[in-house]
Design a protein around this ligand. Sequence first.
Ligand code: LLP
Length: 470
Amino acid sequence: MVSTHPAGVQNSGHQYLPQIVSNNQDVSPNQELLPLSAVVNSKDHLEIGGCDVKTLVEQFGSPLYILDEQTLRTTCSQYRESLRRYYQGESQVLYASKAWSCLAVCAIAASEGLGIDVVSGGELYTALNAGVSPDKIYFHGNNKSRAELHFAVESGCTIVVDNWYELHTLVEIVQALDNKSVQPRMMLRLTPGIECHTHEYIHTGHLDSKFGFDPNVLDELFAFVSKQSAVKCVGLHAHIGSQIFERQPHRDLAAVMVNWFTKAAGYGLSLTELNVGGGLGIKYTESDDPPTITEWVKAICEEVEQACRAENLPLPKLLCEPGRSLIATACVTAYTIGSSKVVPDIRTYLAVDGGMSDNPRPITYQSVYRAVVGNRMSQPLTETVTIAGKHCESGDVLIKHAHLPKTEPGDILVVMGTGAYNYSMASNYNRLPRPAGVIVADGEANLILQRETFQDLVRQDRLPERLKQG
Ligand code: LLP
């Protein structure tokens, strides 16, 4: 639900604030830089979910992941409702929890009616512990271990089988069970051979990909699966990449997948679920222009319906599994500004108290972020600085060219769009404890990730007796 900004705050005028009109349900969070509830309060501070970011940092420490519940619930409902509106058949949105897997986020997604896509035993464990029903959990991954497959079978989730080795292992595991009535639901992941424009590391649907069965083996695969009684094949899955701004690749994907359904029918397999993966992009900078959630969903629905009509197939249950576009914009990371260094005629570095350990995306993918100074929201942007992290690595730069007001040590730098693939890819590099995370709504902030301590850092260390000093 999108609400009006509370009275007494400036809700316009700042370049990055969402220009929300009362009751306008059409604001697509993936087209905004700041979370939907962001406002500037009378102290000239950024407020999210009714909480002043400077106060949050004083209360919960720095750096801090701040997750806006309103934005997250809005993206969930936009995906769910667009599917309901534009698709005649059954549908289900799955949250790709690799974007940010933790109990609170999984619980919110589930409370919005979403299922969860997991890719490891750890993510499965998290989703189950968050209370997500196993019949709404889909387990992906290109090299699930035997232990993970056992766990998946035991849990009752749907297993998205990626390759022959896994298919044979799964069948073997099920056949060895004492309980002969267990018949796990599975889907097959295929590589559609569709190119899309995104970073080389994050597109997965082209043929030279480590994921999924090659469509050249479809006949053999369908023939094999149609004879298996150990597992129940319910459908097909594909995912073509991430941070995609075009709609055509997903349209093409939908058409190709419907074609595979027809082929499967030729082998007596009546598949009922079609999962087009995730991939919709978000706005990280002013120049990013992704389609809205509704536009993306609508394009896929139209294509699936049209292709099914053309091939005379009943409409399958349509699934999609957004990660980034569901959660990225809902979160900002607040850092405290510390030291600075002027390199004459070249640049000024401003250092913050985190960096590549809490957000490895800039150093990994050269990702570009935008930031504001959370306690100087309306001050003129007179400085161009480079935001450096605190790690012992020259490449540990969060933002190369940040346009900011004049700052002082102790000011709060707020980096936007950090909800996806930040916490989930965070590390303890240089033995930095991972930050805390809070969820904010209606002026209340609740801890969802406790800040790691130095004790946490050595908790799994073991010091063999013979190495003990003194
Ligand atoms: N489904 C599957 C099978 C996936 O592999 C992915 C992402 C998704 C869904 C969700 O895609 P999304 O809606 O988030 O684009 N670490 C990279 C992104 C890797 C994406 C991996 N797969 C990054 O930080 O950009």
